[in-house]
Each structure stands twice: as structure tokens, then as C-alpha cells.
Design a binder for this molecule. Structure first.
Ligand code: SF4
Length: 326
């Protein structure tokens, strides 16, 4: 591993001063970054440790729930406010990784984790995300885990997070600090599609720091579900996952939120499918129709065509669970 400098600035302002130079990486739980460094996928000159910053709280805000970027995944998933107000987030978190990893991983780090495409981690293989311009090993390779939406000829990787799928469905907002001032990005616009620059995973600008996420209050707590389909019951990334949230009154759907994981370079929000559910009865027929709409534009590669059937089935099942029909 390349030698690097390690610093622990005292304050958030000191952190912002320290992360302006290229080659600098922020470290919190380190559950992904340390692996990337050990494998030579990334080789920072300097690590800026932020674990001591006061960004761990989970507090009600004027319009919702504010979760600090350094709140641990395990703590968030068991937090009373989260369980009461946003149980979908708790379910998504508990579906991710293992208890040991959730005890180290932070909310901000979870958002910043890199794809688990095996070609990205194998430094002997071409990968436009790791080394722009070298090609994509997965396009003609073993692409069973890869994307069916929003791909480009440069990259077909998927974002690996479960938590982010839940936050995308719940209309969360990312709260960001920077030397030019603070800003907020809707969660669905934080991560990006690969396009011609698969090396860039999200819209966080150089020198910026995620300080938290805010989830607006909603009426989904009685009818939400996170369904993850994977190769084994725990510690496996999603083949397909679905975050489903419904507001149902008198058997009729008043509002709906749907997002998928394991299918795109970012958490994949299903806006058209959501619209199709509003005003419809909360029945399997409505859910199957929404699932059909959700699959418009899907495109499979040699080894992941099974996702074209698995995805609509998972959407339907997740909605049935959310509605109490499963
Ligand atoms: Fe690299 Fe993306 Fe291709 Fe995987 S899919 S090899 S991450 S460019």
C-alpha cells in the first residue's frame, strides 16, 4: 500500500480547510475505503479522519428528521424516532452488509461507497471507473450483478447501497457543507449516472463535506417495506431490491414512493410507477401494473437478463408487503 499522511483536524472548519487538495480522502468508518486502499484501487496522499466531529445526532427538525452524517448505520436502524417515523429506512439499513459492518459504517460513508463491480476491484482488468479510458471489463464480461437502467457504453455498474434506496424513496435531502457555503441536494440527484464520466459517482464537489440527511415527514410509516433479493440471506449485495411506501385510506392509494437498488448506477426512483398507483385500489393488480410501467426502458446484458423478470416481481411483492397483502 502507498504511504499516506493521516490527520485529524479539530473542527469542521479545519476539515474543510484540509480537504481542498486533490489526493485527499475523508475517512469515517472506513468500511469501503480501507478495502479500496489495500487493493490499490485508490491511493490517497492524505486521509482526513472526521470521526470526532459532532455529526452523530438524530433529531427532529421543523419538517422531518435530521440524521447526522456520522450516525452509525446500526444506531440509525434501531433509533426510536427512525422506527416510528421512517421504518422503511430502518428496514433498508438492516438489509445491508453485516452487523459488524453496520456498527462501523456511517450514513455519509454509506452514501459515498463505491460500486462492488469485480472488474473495478481487479487492478489487472480494464475499468473506466477506476482508470478512465481503459474500457469496461463488465460490458463483455461476467455482468450478472450489473445494471439494467441508465447504463452507458462506458460503465454498467450498480450502486451497492441499501440505505440509499430507502432514502431516495423517502424524498431525503443531503445537507452539505463547503468553504463556499452550505447547500442541500435532493437525494435522488446526489448520485449520478455514468454517462461519459463513470469515475464520478455523485455530485459532491471537491472540498465539500456531507454533514447529514434530512427526511421530510410523511404518511408512509404504516405501509412501507424494503425487499431485497440476493444470493444468500445476509452479507450479500442486492440482485434487485425495492423500497416501497404507500399512503392508503379506505383501500385506495393516496400517495406512493418506489425506488429500486441493484439495477442502476444510482438508487433508481420509479416516478412513473408511483404516479400510476395514485387513486388506485391497493390490490395486486394495481401493483403489477405499476411494476410493468417501472420496467420501461430496461436493458439487459449477457448474464443479467434474469433481472428483467426479477425486478417487476420484486416490485409487486414489496408493494404487497407494504399494503399488508403478502
Ligand atoms: Fe468499471 Fe463500470 Fe465497467 Fe465495472 S461496469 S468494469 S465499474 S467501467
Amino acid at each position: 500500500m502507498k504511504q499516506f499522511q493521516y490527520i485529524r483536524p479539530a473542527t469542521q472548519q479545519n476539515v474543510l480547510d484540509a480537504i481542498t487538495k486533490p489526493g485527499t480522502k475523508i475517512i469515517a468508518g472506513g468500511t469501503n475505503l480501507v478495502d479500496l486502499m489495500k487493493r490499490g484501487v485508490t491511493a490517497p496522499d492524505k486521509l482526513v479522519d472526521i470521526n470526532h466531529l459532532p455529526l452523530k445526532s438524530i433529531t427532529p427538525s421543523k419538517t422531518g428528521l435530521l440524521i447526522g452524517a456520522l450516525a452509525l448505520n446500526s444506531v440509525v436502524s434501531e433509533n426510536t424516532l427512525v422506527l416510528q417515523k421512517q421504518p422503511l429506512l430502518s428496514m433498508a439499513l438492516k438489509a445491508g452488509a453485516s452487523p459488524q459492518l453496520r456498527n462501523m459504517a456511517t450514513v455519509g460513508g454509506n452514501m459515498m461507497q463505491r460500486t462492488r463491480c469485480s472488474y473495478f476491484y481487479d487492478t489487472t482488468m480494464p475499468c473506466n471507473k477506476r482508470e478512465p479510458g481503459t474500457g469496461c471489463g463488465a460490458l463483455e464480461g461476467y455482468n450478472r450483478m450489473h445494471a439494467i437502467f441508465g447504463t452507458s457504453p462506458q460503465c454498467i455498474a450498480v450502486h451497492p447501497s441499501d440505505m440509499c434506496v430507502g432514502l431516495a424513496a423517502l424524498d431525503a435531502v443531503v445537507v452539505i457543507a463547503g468553504k463556499k457555503g452550505d447547500r442541500r441536494i435532493p437525494f435522488t440527484e446526489f448520485h449520478r449516472l455514468p454517462g461519459d464520466h463513470p469515475e464520478t459517482d455523485n455530485h459532491l464537489a471537491p472540498g465539500e463535506l456531507i454533514v447529514g440527511v434530512e427526511i421530510p415527514d410523511n404518511n408512509f410509516s404504516q405501509h412501507s417495506y424494503y425487499l431485497k433479493v440476493r444470493d444468500r440471506q445476509s452479507y450479500a449485495f442486492a440482485l434487485v431490491s425495492v423500497a416501497a411506501a404507500l399512503d392508503i385510506s379506505g383501500g385506495v392509494i393516496r400517495n406512493a414512493r418506489l425506488a429500486m437498488g441493484g439495477v442502476a448506477h444510482k438508487p433508481w426512483r420509479l416516478f412513473d410507477a408511483e404516479k400510476s398507483l395514485i387513486g388506485k385500489p391497493a390490490t395486486e393488480a394495481s401493483f403489477k401494473h405499476a411494476a410493468q410501467i417501472a420496467m420501461q426502458g430496461a436493458k439487459a446484458y449477457e448474464y443479467n437478463a434474469f433481472k428483467l423478470k426479477m425486478a417487476p416481481g420484486t416490485i409487486t411483492e414489496a408493494l404487497k408487503h407494504a399494503a399488508g397483502l403478502a
